[in-house]
Design a protein. Structure first.
Length: 303
């Protein structure tokens, strides 16, 4: 398998904007990861299948800085509507930083500044007119460790609706049941909704957090290593849940577990040192990647 030559990068048009396809790293046959380590400007390889999808999110020339630290470099990436997209790569490659940029969680970090655009259904989320609280309702987030609120199971799920003014008990009950069913948790908790959420197992708590994230019908669901604190059985249930909700929700998952990415995702993005290296259908990334560097990572030869 050979790395594509570093020729001028063609552009494939899509409804969500241009998708750059190809590699630009200085000379034919260049090792892209070596170029990245040297600080050279590179353009990742995006498979043509990405352009054929309807996109809910478009990332254009996105850069992020923590003070003087340049954490994300010229990210261009489109997220397919109703599909599961996974981000893989070594620790510190920028996966979680990019994920948290999508609902502006990085705003909470001192010294953060950004350049470029992230557009959610056409609207730039970094526009000054953006209501960040509203954005986070549109883009749900599930973290590495379950973080249920110290209140009842029912109130955990109903909380996002209460804070936007929904007070009708019938509406809250209907929405909570629907979300808990979607999170494959209803049958396990329907007789203990008034009980503390802190009494649930770790896997149940994580599914509760998923229910809380989707009760408001978000446009996207972000998952940052959602199984890292769970045992294998609980992990399997979360993976089954991701598969079940795919289609109804657009899911982006960050994972260090490449087997998990291959099992649950439709598309996979390989990142390295804050750059997008290769992005395309999961089957191609794991079975026939375009870049030798991607093959080396997914087969465990480095990272």
């Amino acid at each position: 398998m050979k790395t594509p030559a570093a020729t001028p990068v063609p552009t494939t048009a899509s409804a969500a904007g241009p998708i750059r396809v190809g590699v630009a790293a200085g000379a034919p046959g260049v090792n892209m990861l070596d170029a990245i380590r040297r600080g050279e400007k590179v353009t990742g390889y995006t498979h043509k299948e990405v352009a054929g999808e309807k996109h809910v999110l478009s990332i254009h020339d996105f850069n992020l800085y923590y003070g003087k630290n340049h954490a994300l470099h010229d990210i261009n990436m489109h997220i397919a509507h109703g599909k599961v997209s996974a981000m893989i790569g070594p620790s510190g490659c920028g996966k979680s930083t990019l994920l948290r940029s999508i609902n502006r969680m990085n705003d909470l970090v001192d010294g953060v500044r950004v350049a470029g655009e992230i557009r959610l259904n056409g609207s730039n989320i970094f526009d000054r007119s953006t209501d960040v609280i509203s954005l986070r309702r549109r883009v749900g987030m599930v973290f590495q460790k379950p973080n249920p609120f110290p209140m009842s199971i029912f109130e955990n799920v109903a909380y996002p609706l209460r804070i936007v003014g929904e007070g009708r008990r019938s509406r809250l009950e209907e929405a909570a049941e629907k979300a808990l069913r979607s999170a494959a948790l209803w049958d396990e908790v329907k007789d203990r909704l008034k009980g503390s959420a802190l009494g649930l197992s770790g896997g149940q708590q994580q599914r509760l957090c998923i229910a809380r994230s989707i009760v408001g019908e978000p446009e996207m669901l972000l998952m940052d290593e959602p199984c890292s604190a769970l045992d294998p059985i609980a992990t399997l249930k979360i993976e089954e849940l991701i598969t079940q909700i795919a289609g109804r929700y657009t899911v982006v998952i960050v994972t260090h577990n490449m087997q998990q990415a291959s099992r649950v995702s439709d598309y996979t993005a390989f990142m390295y040192l804050g750059r997008l290296v290769e992005y395309g259908p999961t089957a191609k990334i794991f079975q026939a990647p375009a870049l030798t560097e991607t093959e080396q990572y997914v087969t465990g030869r480095f990272g």
